[in-house]
Ligand binder design. Structure first.
Ligand SMILES: [Zn+2]
Ligand SMILES: [Zn+2]
Length: 158
């Protein structure tokens, strides 16, 4: 199974896409040319163990749902709800459900938000947990503050 990982450049935030078998190697950002290093080694096992981008084990699983499409279906159903006596809303809900079930599952990293597609999901990774995400958000902002302080201090000395 060949998967791919989608992550944001740490410097400029541009989206980068790499095959997971390139894990362990480096990639150059197409926008700012800074080099990103994939932390996790090549996936030899079928299920995804760690985030290919940052190596974190904290991942959650979700459906690769196209929110815009889901929203469009609901809006369309609402528009024709009166002439169809509300049946369109029921149909839309069923279509949304069917779409959702047919969608492939993706693994998302709590730590760096990298998205892994085309890889077997790990049964140990649960659905998105808000409490866990909050923890990581706090961690992230702490790190952000530390980096900024470091940059300021360094700037003052040179
Ligand atoms: Zn970049
Ligand atoms: Zn990650």
């Amino acid at each position: 199974m060949s998967g791919e990982v989608n992550f944001a450049c740490a410097t400029c935030g541009a989206g980068m896409l790499l095959p997971i078998d390139a894990a362990g190697r480096t990639a150059r950002c197409p926008r700012c040319e800074s080099v990103a290093h994939l932390a996790a080694p090549t996936q030899t096992t079928a299920a995804l163990e760690r985030c290919a981008h940052c190596g974190s084990r904290a991942l959650f699983v979700q459906r690769d749902f196209n929110r815009k499409l889901g929203f469009a279906i609901v809006v369309l159903a609402a528009l024709v709800a009166v002439p169809t006596w509300g049946i369109s809303l029921v149909v839309a809900a069923l279509v949304d459900l069917a779409l959702y079930r047919a969608l492939p599952r993706i693994s998302v990293c709590y730590e760096c938000d990298a998205i892994h597609r085309g890889v077997e999901v790990n049964p140990q990774h649960g659905a998105f947990d808000h409490a866990v995400a909050e923890e990581f958000k706090e961690e992230k902002s702490k790190r952000q503050v530390a980096i900024q302080r470091w940059l300021r201090e360094r700037g003052g000395h040179t």
